[in-house]
Design a protein around this ligand. Structure first.
Ligand code: ARG
Length: 506
């Protein structure tokens, strides 16, 4: 039998001419496939074990193929195997190398009852699992870093903003834990996506399944999947898992950009509430005094990449006919790029937050300097004088207006006392000091989820438990993957030592 036909490609039987160089360069996918080499080998190992278990190849051939794949895996680990663009993709590279290592007649049996269409999407899902667990882990690190810093500042007061205008005093713990709370939903989103990613398409073959009596449960189990993607046509033709993960990443990027923006803003001379460590700032080539928050700015900017890759993938999958289309090859570059980018943003934010310095004095100065306690004065009148809130709002609004005209602050208690007296409300200066003191304000916030010291401590405690829960989930999912790999390895070892499949449970 001829090994290669007219075109020189493994699929070249019906071709009389080879692929043009330009065509090959345009269509080869080795760069995007490179991260999936180990997964592709593992997939082949599981597949041929299953073929033998189902009696589709004999055990002597299985032994030969597994021996070759083990060598190939070792070669890759030793840096002796790299993808050759001439061979189009990871699957063809591995099959070709296998044909060099073992008898090509036997190597040729490996591709029974599978297709590159189900192979590639199996590889992608497998690699993505590892990347998602990694991402969850670095996200948990960022969450923990924010909480650790926050927990030290339950009663450190800073201005809370709405419309970027001073609103009410909040604690630093409240500010930082707010970001952790948002990131917790990112954790959940990735965990939920993981469940949909973690289904095995292998055995869908090209689109229609196969006439061979394969057992898809065996391959799914050996590859550590939670189950199979039942519908063959859907399994090879759908990439909503890619779009979904890219959407998760885009939302994470948006959350990071908010934190990054605050680091940029709060480290300016005008705000002066934080100082980013020298290690994560850059200087100017012309202005000697400059210290620029470059990493925070870049994190803010890289949101564009995450949004762009999502849009790229969504556009790529739109209106594709059922079944595999070559368009789908374009799913991996945006996926890997967005994962790399967002993960690096998470990590740089962790580094910045864990090294930045807070400036509580400046925060207190800002809180006192711009009427942030006004709402509390109105609340006092409601509480103590039983007035309708709307009336109190107007009274305090007038007082603030007058103080602004007179260039005074709410901390000018004697003047505030006079102005209140004009409205018929007698409040002593000492009482005013208690009402308007920013720290006392924090202590008075009692509602669930508020900036009050106790409420925020409770939030932090819940978030800490959520982070621990995430870490347990990550470790458990990771363990499943490790065990599946080990089980595959044990079977390979057993077969290579001359054992038969009948003696083991699959
Ligand atoms: N490189 C391809 C991809 O990433 C692999 C599947 C190719 N299938 C095919 N029939 N050409 O989608």
């Amino acid at each position: 039998m001829t090994e290669k036909s007219g075109s020189g490609k493994l699929w070249g039987g019906r071709f009389s001419d080879d692929l043009a160089d330009l065509g090959l360069q345009f269509s080869e996918s080795t760069a995007a496939d490179r991260p999936m080499i180990n997964e592709d080998i593992w997939g082949s190992q599981a597949h041929c074990i299953m073929l033998a278990a189902c009696g589709i190849i004999n055990e002597a051939d299985l032994r030969t193929i597994l021996g070759g794949l083990a060598q190939l895996r070792q070669q890759f680990a030793d840096g002796q195997f790299e993808l050759d663009p001439q061979l189009e993709d990871v699957h063809m590279n591995i099959e070709s190398r296998l044909r060099e290592i073992i008898d090509p007649e036997i190597a040729g049996r490996l591709h029974t009852a599978r297709s590159r269409n189900d192979q590639v999407v199996t590889d992608a899902r497998m690699h993505l699992r590892t990347r998602l667990l990694e991402l969850r882990s670095v996200l948990a690190d960022l969450q923990q870093t924010l909480l650790d810093l926050g927990a030290e500042h339950l009663d450190t007061v800073m201005p809370g903003y709405t419309h970027t205008q001073h609103a009410q005093p909040i604690s630093v713990a409240f500010w930082l834990s707010g970001h952790v709370s948002a990131l917790q939903r990112d954790q959940q989103r990735i965990a939920q996506s993981y469940e949909r990613v973690n289904r095995c398409p292998l055995g869908a073959c090209a689109l229609a399944g196969t006439s061979f009596p394969i057992d898809r449960q065996i391959t799914a189990r050996l590859l550590g999947f939670e189950g199979v993607m039942e519908h063959a046509l859907d399994a090879v033709g759908s990439r909503d898992f890619v779009a979904e993960v890219l959407a998760d990443l885009a939302i994470i990027a948006s959350n990071l950009s908010k934190l990054a923006e605050e680091l940029v803003l709060f480290s300016t001379h005008e705000f002066g509430m934080i100082e980013i460590d020298d290690a994560y700032t850059t200087g100017s080539s012309i202005m000697p005094q400059k210290k620029n928050p470059g990493m925070a700015e870049l994190t803010r900017a890289k949101t564009g990449l995450a949004y762009g890759r999502l849009m790229q993938a969504l556009t790529m999958i739109k209106a594709l006919p059922s079944g595999y289309n070559r368009d789908l090859q374009e799913d991996k570059p945006p996926l890997w790029e967005s994962l790399d980018s967002v993960q690096s943003c998470v990590q740089i934010m962790t580094a910045m937050v864990s090294t930045m310095k807070l400036r509580p004095d400046r925060m207190a100065e800002l809180v006192a300097g711009n009427y942030a306690a006004a709402t509390e004065l109105a609340n006092f009148l409601v509480r103590e004088r039983n007035l309708p809130f709307r009336d109190c709002h107007r009274i305090v609004g007038h007082i603030v207006r007058t103080l602004i005209d007179e260039q005074r602050l709410l901390t000018d208690y004697s003047r505030v006392r006079e102005l209140l007296a004009e409205t018929g409300q007698q409040v002593s200066e000492q009482q005013l000091a208690e009402i308007l003191d920013a720290q006392a304000i924090l202590r008075r916030q009692v509602s669930q989820g508020s900036t009050g010291v106790e409420a925020t401590a409770a939030i932090i405690e819940k978030l800490r438990q959520a982070i621990e829960e995430s870490r347990r989930e990550i470790a458990a999912a990771h363990q499943v993957l490790i065990q599946a790999r080990e089980q595959t390895d044990q079977i390979i070892k057993h077969v290579l030592k001359g054992g038969g499949l009948a003696e083991i449970e699959l």
